[in-house]
Write a protein that binds this ligand. Structure first.
Ligand code: AFP
Length: 326
C-alpha cells in the first residue's frame, strides 16, 4: 500500500493481485503445516509436464493459486509449472470484455521431493503486464516475455515460519505470516544481499557431468582462488526457494549449471529463474545463465529450462569472468 501511494496513476489492481496470492499462500501454508496429520502427503500417481511425479500437495497448491485469481478479473492468463499449457482466464462481463491486465506464472510448490521429509518448500510467482493481446483472455505470447519486463515477483517460503518475499522494482521486502491473526506482517523491510557470499550451494554429485569451466568455478568457491575468491562454506537444501532465501539473507551463491544429462540445466526460466533473478537483483545481487543476465533472456517456450548462477554480486561476477575466459 505504501508503495502504491508512490504511484498516483496506480489503480490498486496490482496490490489486489498480490493480496490474492497472499490468500493462496495462507491456504497452502495451512495445509503444509498439517501435512502428516491429514491425508495430503504422497503421490497422486500422475507425471507432470516436466516428467516429474506429482505429489498431492503439488496439485493442491497448483489449484489453490489458480482459484485465488481466476474470478477476479485481474489476470488474463495463468501458467504453472504443473500444467502443460497456459490457462486463459474468462473475461468478466462487468469489465466490458477487457479481460485482466496481468499475466501470472508460478511454481506452486517448489522442492516437491522435500515435502514428505519435513524440509522447507516454497511457492514462486512472476507477474507481467499483458503485452501480446489487448482484450479477451491472454495467450501463450503474453507469457513469453523477458524477465526484465516483470512488474512483480517473489516467493513464499514454508520454513520455520511462513514468509512472503517480493519486489515490485522498489527493493525487496519480507513479510512473516503471523498464524494467530492470519496476516503477513512486514518483518524484513528493504532486504539487501551482501556483495560477497558466505555460502556456495550446488549439487556436487553432478561434478563429473559438468564442463571444466563450471568445475573451476565450484572448485574456487570451495577452496578459494588466490585474492579473487575466499573459500566458502557449503549449504544445499535441494529446495530452490530455501537455498535462495538463505543466500539472500546471509550472502551466498547458488549454482544449477548445465551438465551432460541436462544440457539446459534443470530449472525453469519462467517459473523459477526469472522471478528469483528479479528479487535477487533488486536486493543488490545478480543472476546469469553463465553468460547472459537471466532477466535479458527472451523465452521461446513456456517450460524452457536454463542453467542458473545466482546470488551475491561479486561471486556471480567471478563465475562469469571464469566462464568467459575459456
Ligand atoms: P523437486 O521439486 O523435484 O524436488 O525439484 C526441486 C528443484 O527444482 C529445486 O527446488 C532444487 O533447487 C533442485 O530441483 C534440486 O535438484 P537436484 O535434486 O538435482 O539437486
Amino acid at each position: 500500500m505504501e508503495q502504491e501511494r508512490l504511484h498516483p496513476e496506480a489503480t490498486g489492481e496490482l496490490s489486489n493481485l498480490l493480496y490474492d496470492i497472499c490468500l493462496a499462500a495462507k491456504i497452502i501454508s495451512r495445509q503444509v503445516r498439517r501435512a502428516g496429520l491429514t491425508d495430503i502427503l504422497g503421490e497422486v500417481g500422475a507425471i507432470n509436464v516436466q516428467g516429474e511425479v506429482q505429489q498431492k500437495l503439488d496439485v493442491f497448491a497448483n489449484e489453490t493459486v489458480r482459484h485465488a485469481v481466476e474470478h477476479t478479473g485481474r489476470v488474463c492468463v495463468v501458467a504453472s509449472e504443473e500444467d502443460e499449457h497456459p490457462i486463459p482466464l474468462d473475461v468478466r462481463k462487468d469489465r466490458g470484455g477487457r479481460g485482466g491486465k496481468y499475466v501470472l506464472m508460478y511454481d506452486p510448490l517448489d522442492g516437491s521431493t522435500n515435502i514428505g521429509v519435513n524440509v522447507s518448500i516454497g511457492t514462486i510467482f512472476s507477474i507481467h503486464r499483458r503485452r501480446a493481446t489487448k482484450t479477451g483472455p491472454g495467450t501463450l505470447a503474453d507469457c513469453l516475455q523477458k524477465g526484465r519486463a516483470q512488474v512483480a515477483a517473489g516467493y513464499i517460503l514454508y520454513g520455520s515460519s511462513t514468509m512472503l518475499v517480493y519486489t515490485t522494482g522498489q527493493g525487496v521486502h519480507g513479510f512473516t505470516l503471523d498464524p494467530t491473526i492470519g496476516e503477513f506482517l512486514l518483518s524484513h523491510p528493504d532486504i539487501r544481499s551482501p556483495d560477497v557470499g558466505t555460502y556456495y550451494s550446488v549439487n556436487e554429485s553432478h561434478w563429473n557431468k559438468w564442463a571444466p569451466g563450471i568445475q573451476r568455478v565450484v572448485g574456487a568457491f570451495k577452496n578459494g582462488d588466490g585474492g579473487r575468491v575466499v573459500a566458502k562454506n557449503a549449504r544445499y537444501i535441494g529446495s530452490l526457494v530455501a537455498d535462495i532465501h538463505r543466500n539472500l539473507m546471509s550472502g551466498g551463491v547458488f549454482l544449477y549449471p548445465a551438465d551432460t544429462i541436462s544440457p539446459q540445466g534443470k530449472l525453469r526460466l519462467l517459473y523459477e529463474a526469472a522471478p528469483l533473478a528479479y528479487v535477487v537483483e533488486q536486493a543488490g545481487g545478480a543472476a546469469i545463465d553463465g553468460e547472459h543476465d537471466i532477466l535479458d533472456i527472451k523465452p521461446s517456450e513456456l517450460h524452457q529450462r536454463t542453467p542458473l548462477i545466482i546470488g551475491s554480486k561479486r561471486d556471480v561476477a567471478y563465475a562469469r569472468s571464469v566462464l568467459s575466459s575459456k
